[in-house]
Design a protein around this ligand. Structure first.
Ligand SMILES: *[C@@H]1O[C@H](CO)[C@@H](O)[C@H](O)[C@H]1NC(C)=O
Ligand SMILES: *[C@@H]1O[C@H](CO)[C@@H](O)[C@H](O)[C@H]1NC(C)=O
Ligand SMILES: *[C@@H]1O[C@H](CO)[C@@H](O)[C@H](O)[C@H]1NC(C)=O
Ligand SMILES: *[C@@H]1O[C@H](CO)[C@@H](O)[C@H](O)[C@H]1NC(C)=O
Ligand SMILES: *[C@@H]1O[C@H](CO)[C@@H](O)[C@H](O)[C@H]1NC(C)=O
Ligand SMILES: *[C@@H]1O[C@H](CO)[C@@H](O)[C@H](O)[C@H]1NC(C)=O
Ligand SMILES: *[C@@H]1O[C@H](CO)[C@@H](O)[C@H](O)[C@H]1NC(C)=O
Length: 661
């Protein structure tokens, strides 16, 4: 079998047991061979002319020149031609037998590729053979006589192929496959230019077409072949058991033509109902043939905004060629005019002919005395620090009006609420595998509020067993001069928080000081305070929910930035002991108090009873012997009977009734 290729297309080639490659030598050059056992190199004269051109072989110190030669030894041999254009006279043919019968030989023409030609054809350009352009390796056995992998070029082209051994017959009862990689947006058409059919003893000659994911289609050589199809496919040629010595047997010369499909799309975008949006459509690569028009005018970048219908036109623009970014402004100049309640930030409803958005930015403009509050509609947010990956379909970046970043956030985390006393923009960007247009729900809910005491307030709800990392706005850059931030950290009962300052960078201040403060929600006192010129502990245990407040000065040099970690710890049994101890002490105290109260009440009662004791001329009161006697001796306190006037006498002092004696 002999297949002849010239460099042009892109054909890795797999052949069965026997390999034969024909090389055309383009220039006078020295070739060096160290053939394997069983490999034979034949150098033969094509034409009788140019008799001064010979081929010289040097093996060791022996040099021999002749008109043609065959090399079959295993020694290193150098070959030299004595004329300037040997390719006009000589061909070099390498025949090799594979070492193992259960393997195949692969010839890969990386980068440059090959075009198949008839053995009688010459290479048109006579390109210099570069050994780096093809790679020969022994591969696992293949199930067909040969497998040719073809990458069809983009754009329109016609590519020709020949069956093995052409114009001789394809081997008896054998199979050969071509695998075609078809570029996207191209139509391919297969045409059989010339073929001969053998007479068959058994089976039939079949051409099989196969595409990934669908059943193969068998056709005969006379059938119409596929036309205007898209996508990768393979073509297999299967020979029958032929009548012996039948000529010419099975031969096939076919062409695969490739036509680029021009894609046109008219896209009417209605932005009359979407308020405050601006869309920007850009071409991504400079290489693409994509052409865009807005209202019949060709544009490199299309910008459209709310209030109108636009007629867009895309030609040969795939979704990879285009990039759409969306900006939406939500603003209220007076607090009375601000939307009441939460506003959902979600993908604006856009026509399906537009590409998927690469990012969406909401510009949120509050009145001067206003605050923008951000809440995740389904759970909390996590602040992304130090290039942490976001394990969701999108991440959110919050910026202030002047472009300064507050932070980047990802769904699922401890941050329940963010308040910023400034105009902010929120940008949703898809993560690696995400697609923003797939997100049907709100990314974030926002509301406008009255001004707050700090520039930034974060409500943080740590989860048990999950450390929370917090950093000052703009981290790792410094916080804005004179700005203040407060984290309100909820600590569940029976837990305390361990606050750890991981990175604290405090500047030298030109004006005022930087301060880090911790104050529990229930107390007026600060439990921790650290200025830039003070040393303080890096770890702090906080027994209950607390404020972590920080304020920046006007830095002279360096910046103010802090990163810290909060973990919840169960209050230990020691603490519980203290609690129990406190409770028992309290109980004991209560018992004591109760006893004291009882005694006091009893004494009071006794006093009262003593004051109203029944007269006893013998100085004794029946049934009242237990009472102390101190006052019983005092006769002036002995009354004959209980009279209201005695009991309530003090109230009657100023009345008309004279007191009894
Ligand atoms: C077509 O084949 C090429 C090469 O084998 C492959 O990279 C590509 O993904 C295939 N395309 C499709 C749509 O299957
Ligand atoms: C490509 O093939 C489709 C049918 O699959 C046909 O409608 C279209 O006109 C063809 N385009 C070109 C440029 O040949
Ligand atoms: C959208 O907003 C970004 C960020 O503020 C800005 O850079 C960009 O120019 C805006 N695009 C349009 C189309 O307004
Ligand atoms: C937001 O920007 C507007 C001007 O665009 C300004 O009047 C207003 O004071 C800003 N609001 C805040 C909270 O800074
Ligand atoms: C990403 O979006 C897809 C489709 O909406 C959804 O099925 C998937 O759960 C999302 N992934 C995450 C991590 O939220
Ligand atoms: C900390 O900030 C909060 C506002 O979040 C404020 O109410 C509290 O008084 C501040 N505490 C200190 C000690 O600055
Ligand atoms: C923060 O501190 C950690 C160690 O606690 C250190 O590895 C890291 O480099 C610091 N990062 C910055 C930005 O200072």
């Amino acid at each position: 079998m002999k297949l002849l290729f010239f460099m042009a297309g892109w054909f890795p080639l797999f052949l069965g047991l026997l390999l034969s490659v024909v090389l055309n030598i383009s220039e006078s050059q020295t070739l060096s061979f160290s053939p394997d056992k069983g490999t034979r190199v034949t150098i033969s004269r094509q034409r009788a002319m140019g008799s001064d051109c010979t081929v010289c072989i040097t093996e060791g110190s022996k040099r021999q020149c002749s008109m043609e030669t065959i090399l079959s030894g295993t020694h290193k041999t150098s070959v030299e031609f004595t004329c300037p254009h040997p390719h006009q006279f000589f061909t070099v043919e390498i025949n090799g037998r594979l070492p193992e019968p259960l393997s195949s030989l692969q010839l890969a023409f990386s980068g440059i590729g090959m075009r198949q030609v008839l053995p009688s054809e010459m290479c048109p350009g006579g390109r210099r053979l570069d050994p780096a352009t093809f790679h020969v390796s022994v591969d696992p056995k293949i199930k067909t006589l040969a497998l040719v992998k073809v990458t069809l070029p983009s754009g329109s082209s016609v590519n020709e192929f020949f069956s093995p051994n052409y114009p001789g017959s394809f081997p008896d009862d054998d199979l050969m496959t071509w695998e075609f990689h078809v570029p996207s947006q191209h139509n391919i058409t297969v045409r059989f230019l010339k073929y001969t059919e053998p007479r068959c003893v058994k089976k039939d000659v079949v051409v099989e077409y196969r595409r990934t994911g669908s059943a193969f289609i068998g056709k005969s050589l006379v059938d119409p072949q596929p036309s205007n199809r898209q996508g990768n496919f393979s073509l297999s040629l299967r020979n029958c058991e032929m009548v012996k010595k039948d000529t010419p047997g099975l031969t096939l010369h076919f062409q695969v033509s490739v036509v680029k499909i021009s894609m046109q799309e008219f896209c009417d975008v209605d932005l009359r109902k979407e308020e405050g949006v601006r869309l920007r459509i850009e071409k991504k690569g400079s290489k693409s043939n994509c052409r865009m028009k807005k209202d019949s005018v060709v544009q490199e970048t299309i910008i459209i905004a709310s209030g109108k219908i636009y007629n867009l036109y895309f030609q040969d623009c795939s979704s990879e060629d285009l990039m759409l970014t969306i900006n939406k402004t939500i603003e209220c100049q007076q607090s009375e005019k601000c939307p009441v309640g939460r506003v959902h930030l979600s993908v604006p409803a856009l026509q399906a002919c537009l590409p998927a958005p690469r990012s969406i930015t909401w510009h949120l403009r509050a009145p001067e005395d206003g605050t923008v509050e951000l809440l995740h509609p389904r759970g909390n947010l996590q602040q992304l620090l130090l290039d942490q990956p976001c394990n969701a379909n999108f991440s959110l970046t919050v910026n202030e009006d002047d472009g300064v970043t507050v932070g980047s956030f990802c769904p699922k985390g401890p941050i329940h609420k963010i308040q910023v006393h400034s105009n902010v923009s929120v940008t949703a960007t898809p993560t690696a595998n995400g697609d923003l247009s797939q997100a049907s729900k709100s990314f974030l809910d926002i509301s406008f509020r009255k001004d707050i005491s700090e520039r930034y307030i974060f409500a943080v709800v740590p989860q048990k067993g999950v450390p929370v990392f917090l950093a000052t706005p703009s981290w790792p850059a410094g916080m804005k001069a004179h700005s203040t931030v407060s984290w309100i950290v909820s600590v569940p009962e029976a837990y305390h928080a361990v606050l750890l300052f991981l990175n604290v960078s405090q500047p030298k201040c030109e004006n005022r000081h930087t301060v880090i403060k911790v104050q529990t929600l229930g107390s007026r006192e600060e439990m921790f305070s650290r200025r830039e010129d003070e040393k303080a502990e890096d770890e702090l245990k906080v027994p209950e929910s607390f404020y972590l407040n920080m304020s920046n000065c006007l830095p002279e040099h360096n910046e103010f930035s802090v990163r810290c970690q909060i973990t919840l710890e169960k209050k230990t049994s020691h603490t519980l002991g203290i609690i129990l101890g406190t409770i028992s002490a309290l109980l004991l105290l209560m018992v004591l108090v109760l006893i004291v109260v009882c005694v006091v009440i009893r004494n009071k009662k006794k006093q009262l009873l003593a004051n109203v004791s029944i007269y006893n001329p013998n100085g004794g009161a029946p049934g009242h012997h237990q009472f102390p006697k101190s006052r019983e001796d005092n006769e002036s306190h002995i009354y004959a009977s209980i009279e209201d006037s005695v009991v309530y006498g003090h109230l009657l002092q100023e009345s008309d009734y004279p007191p009894h004696t």
